[in-house]
Write a protein that binds this ligand. Structure first.
Ligand SMILES: [Fe+2]
Ligand SMILES: [Fe+2]
Length: 120
């Protein structure tokens, strides 16, 4: 599955999962990646990205757990893999790394997060 990458990299309505807290967090993830793209040598921006990604995954997973969401285990694995990857990064971030993060977020929300729409 391939989805268009917004340019500039900003959240829009096409990413809505219709849970207000998660949509707000997704907006924050776009912002955090946007900052990393703008200042690839900024270690603070990378640390912030790692923090908000970790917090968002925890919130999403806890909502899926409460809802007994069937795909929780697979979804969690995908989260862990991405979090592990970004935790292993250091600045300056390469263009490829920034591109990877942008594509990952877009594909993850539209391809994976969308599966829990109306189910949490
Ligand atoms: Fe997710
Ligand atoms: Fe998400």
């Amino acid at each position: 599955m391939s989805f268009p990458i917004p340019e500039p990299f900003v959240w829009d309505d096409s990413f809505k999962v219709f849970y207000e807290n998660l949509d707000e967090e997704h907006k924050g993830l776009f912002k955090a990646i946007f900052e990393c793209a703008k200042t690839p040598d900024n270690a603070g921006a990378l640390a912030h990205l790692i923090k908000v990604v970790g917090e968002h995954f925890a919130d999403e997973e806890s909502m899926m757990t409460k809802a007994n969401f069937a795909d929780l285990a697979t979804h969690k694995q995908v989260h862990e893999e991405f979090l592990g990857k970004i935790k292993g990064l250091s600045t300056p971030l390469s263009d490829d790394t920034v591109k990877f993060a942008k594509e990952w977020l877009v594909t993850h929300i539209k391809g994976t997060d969308f599966k829990y729409k109306e189910k949490l």
